[in-house]
Structure formats: structure tokens, C-alpha cells
Write a protein of this length. Structure first.
Length: 312
């Protein structure tokens, strides 16, 4: 049957000339999809979009700390010890006369770097375990899941403290400890996704034509884990910031005089009254940043989860 038999003129079946002259370019398509996705996200979840902006601002402040901070965060001024907030020192000064605003800005750089590095590492390792365990099954899945259940049985903060005490204090140890605490959740969630996908018809079809397990995992299964991975990653950043702050508060974080939000709280704990600003401003930075990442994660979950997306 030709096109004339179907009642369609040949020119109707031809591709537009513009499409033939402009071949598909992924580099130009990706920004377009990102722009459409951001507009849809802003329209459907305005609250989460606001907190996305807050999170971006906090990250930019941390990145631009040398430009934003008015003073050296580690430079003491013993003639201006524990001065209250003023026009010269917006957040006051601490026990050594150091500018609290400068230390809060640089402290955000340390806290956010540790959070992003640890969550990136932990979710990546957990994702690999979850995808491989869900697809391969057998002894590999059994052993990894039992090991992860042992980690999940220990409270997150207690596990992080034990790991840091075993590895040693400092930023690398904190990153490793927080990363290990992020592995179980990511692995269990992505494993559940893989288990629901691996018996699909298109996966069976790929097996029937001789596709290798690696090709099936990366081409046919892994893309389905992208949405839950993004949600887990975003929500885990707030948890990582809290864990880092708790470790630093206990003296298990970065070494002095390096500033981090938790270390600032730990140094100011003994002088809370009457020097309230030493605790209020670092605590406020932690609260805003954690709230921003948590609410952003909730918004992404609502948009990316098909079950909730259909109800929007």
C-alpha cells in the first residue's frame, strides 16, 4: 500500500525542510529541556522554587566568601572581644575578637563543601550497590543488604561519631563518615526501583537479543533511578549539614581555627548568655540551609514521582 492508497499526498509525508537542514543537536536540546523543566517546576511548586533560590544563594555566598567577607575569619582582635552586632561588625565578634559574619560566611563554605562531597560519595556508592544488587540478586544482593541493615540499625549520628573516632578528626574523616551513613538509604530505594523494572518487557527484549548485563543496566535500567536519586541527593544535603554541625559541635569536625557553622556553635556554647549573637547567627544559617534543602527535596519528589505528579 503506497501513500496514494491511504489518501495522503506524498508531500504531506515529507519532513519539513527546516528539520532536514537542522540535524538533531543534544547540546542545544538539553538547555531547552532544562528551561522547560524549571518553568514547570516553578509553576507547580512555587514554595519549593523559593527555597531552591535560597539554596542557590547560600551556595553562592559560600563560593564567593573571599569577596563577601569583610575581614579575615581567623584574624583575632583582642581589643574588640565579644562586641555586639553593629555597623562595623554585622554579626558581632567572638571570644577572640574575630568577625562573626566573616566566620559565618567562610563556615558556610566548609559546611557545604563537606555536605556536598559526602552526599555525592555516599549516594554514588549506595546507588551502585542498589542497582547491582537489584539486578544481579543472589549472594551479592543478600550480602550487601545484610551489611546495609547492620548500618541502618545504628542511629545515624552515633554511627558518624563512631566512624570519626575510628578514622580520626578532620574534614576527610567527616566526609567519609557522613558518606557511609548515606549509603543504606540510597541503596535500598534504588534497589526497589530496579526490582520493579528488571522484569519489564523491554528488559526481557534486550536480553533476548543478546544485550550484555552492563548494557541493560546502563541503558535500560539506570535511567529509571535518576529521579529518586536526585530527590535522595537533595534531601540528604540537609541531613549531612546537621551531622557535620553536630560533629563539629562535639569537637570532631574541622581543626581550629578553621570556621564551620557547627564549630562556631561549639565555641560559643559556654558563653551563650549574654553573648547570644555567637549562637544565634550560625544556628540561623544552619536552620535556613537545612530547611531549604529539605523543602526543595520535597518539591522535587512531588514533581518527579509519577504517583504524585499525576495529581498535580
Amino acid at each position: 500500500m503506497n501513500s496514494n492508497d491511504m489518501g495522503l499526498a506524498p508531500e504531506k509525508l515529507a519532513l519539513p525542510r527546516q528539520a532536514l537542514e537542522q540535524p538533531f543537536d543534544p547540546a542545544t536540546r538539553f538547555p531547552e529541556r532544562m528551561s522547560r523543566g524549571l518553568r514547570r517546576f516553578a509553576r507547580q511548586r512555587p514554595v519549593a522554587t523559593f527555597w531552591l533560590g535560597v539554596a542557590v544563594v547560600m551556595v553562592l555566598v559560600a563560593v564567593l566568601a573571599p569577596v563577601i567577607a569583610p575581614d579575615n575569619p581567623n584574624q583575632p582582635d583582642f581589643l574588640n572581644i565579644q562586641a555586639p552586632p553593629s555597623g562595623e561588625a554585622w554579626f558581632g565578634t567572638d571570644q577572640m575578637g574575630r568577625d562573626t559574619f566573616s566566620r559565618a560566611v567562610y563556615g558556610g563554605r566548609v559546611s557545604l563543601f563537606i555536605a556536598i562531597a559526602s552526599v555525592s560519595t555516599g549516594t554514588a556508592v549506595g546507588g551502585i550497590f542498589g542497582i547491582l544488587g537489584g539486578y544481579l540478586g543472589g549472594k551479592f544482593d543478600l550480602l550487601t543488604q545484610r551489611f546495609l541493615e547492620v548500618l541502618m540499625a545504628i542511629p545515624t549520628l552515633v554511627l558518624a561519631i563512631l566512624l570519626v573516632m575510628g578514622i580520626g578528626a578532620g574534614a576527610p574523616a567527616v566526609i567519609i563518615a557522613i558518606a557511609i551513613t548515606r549509603i543504606p538509604t540510597t541503596s535500598r530505594v534504588l534497589r526497589a526501583v530496579v526490582l520493579s523494572v528488571r522484569e519489564s518487557q523491554y528488559v526481557d527484549s534486550a536480553r533476548s537479543i543478546g544485550a550484555s548485563p552492563l548494557r541493560i543496566i546502563f541503558i535500560h535500567i539506570a535511567p529509571h533511578t535518576f529521579a529518586p536519586f536526585i530527590v535522595i541527593f537533595t534531601a540528604s544535603l540537609g541531613t549531612a549539614i546537621l551531622i557535620e554541625a553536630s560533629l563539629a559541635f562535639l569537637g570532631l569536625g574541622v581543626a581550629p581555627p578553621t570556621a564551620s557553622w557547627g564549630a562556631m556553635l561549639g565555641e560559643a556554647a559556654v558563653t551563650l548568655i549574654p553573648y547570644w549573637w555567637l549562637v544565634a547567627f550560625p544556628g540561623l544559617m544552619i536552620a535556613i540551609t537545612v530547611l531549604a534543602f529539605n523543602l526543595l527535596g520535597d518539591g522535587l519528589r512531588d514533581v518527579l514521582d509519577p504517583k504524585t505528579r499525576d495529581r498535580l
